[in-house]
Every structure is written in C-alpha cells, then in structure tokens.
Design a binder for this molecule. Sequence first.
Ligand code: PRP
Length: 217
Amino acid sequence: MEETRYITFALAKGRLAKKSMDILKQIGIDCEQMRDPDTRKLIFVNEELKLKFFLAKASDVPTYVEYGCADIGVVGKDTILEEGRKLYEVLDFGIGKCTMCVAGPASARQLLEHGQMIRVASKYPHIAKDYFYNKKNQTVEIIKLNGSVELAPIVGLSEVIVDIVETGTTLRENGLEVLEEICPLSARMVVNQVSMKMEQERITKIINDLKNAGLAR
Ligand code: PRP
C-alpha cells in the first residue's frame, strides 16, 4: 500500500502559538514536544498520525503555505491581508481578536476628514495603502515600520498610524486614540490550494472536526 503522506502545519510563533496548539490538541492534533519552552528544534513529527508541525515567524506562514511546504497554516488575519498570498482561508479560530485601526492624536481627525496628504506609519504598508487608496480614495505617504509604531506620531514621523488595537492600552498610555476602524482580526486557518485538492479527505475532516467541536467557524 502507498505510504500515507504527512500533513504539515505551519503555526505562527508568538502570542497565538500556544492557543493555536491548544485548539488543535482538542481534536487530537497534537504537538506536545513543541510546547517545550527550551527546545530549539524547528520541526516536530507525529509519526502515528502522519503529521508534521513547524513554528515560523507569523509573516512567513502564508509564504510556506502558498509554496506548499506546509499544507495548513494558522496565522492572524492581519498577516494574511498584508502578505496577500494565494491560499484558501477556511476557518476562523476566534482567538487573538483585535481590530486593525487608523490611530493618532485627536488632532489628526480633521486631517482625515479633509482627505489631506498625510503620512501614515505602519507595520502593515499593504493594508494601509489598500485602505487609504482603494477604500477612502485618499493619497497618503506610507512609511513602513517594524514595531512600536505608536512612537511615530509622538516623535513626528507621521500624522497617523495603521496598527492593531487589542485592549487600547498602548494607544491610551501614549495619548493616542482610534480614529477609524479598518477591519476585525483574529487567527485563521489557511490551506494550500493544491493540498486542498490532493488531501481533500484529511483536510476536510480536520475542518469539520474543528467546526463540530465548536472550536472554529
Ligand atoms: C501590538 C500592536 C500594538 C499593541 C496593541 O504590538 O502593534 O502596539 O500590540 O495592543 P493593546 O491595544 O492591547 O495595547 P506588539 O506587542 O505586537 O509589538 P510591536 O508592534 O512593537 O511589534
């Protein structure tokens, strides 16, 4: 008989990793060794279930899935939108809920209302560009940053930012506020387009198990 092929999962490192593993574990998709906080290993294999797992930087997860190195990925909607890879987004895990927002000092509100040429700092230049150019028809200058984006309007790099807001604490503590909401975010399961056809039975079972257990929709 033909050897069963491995189904490979790419999980986003960081805040979502543990929660994603907890959800998968509840339907018997286990990655116990991956939880070892001291491990430097990158790939984990469950021989019995013919499953492989790896933890990747969130922004690389869609890349691994598009190229078929992983059949399935679990990653934030922010990253999916920003990376714009060819994949199927099949499930919402409902974890890591937050909102992509335009934020800044209250005084920036009028600049937005009057459609002025402003500078927008963001870790998400594609999302920012799509929002201002395609949804608002406003020409802006996008400045790409890699973190602590809230600094930008404070030190005068930009008038506003496009960033994730979860509790709003970071904005509040820095005298900034949400000016416009762009879209809701949460962790999603994505599937490689070829895997979806080649491994339809096994992948559909995973999707249905997660849905039936009320773990995703
Ligand atoms: C994210 C985001 C905001 C903050 C929002 O940053 O970029 O800064 O969390 O959370 P809050 O609304 O609950 O305060 P992250 O911690 O990922 O760090 P970084 O942007 O500096 O990389």
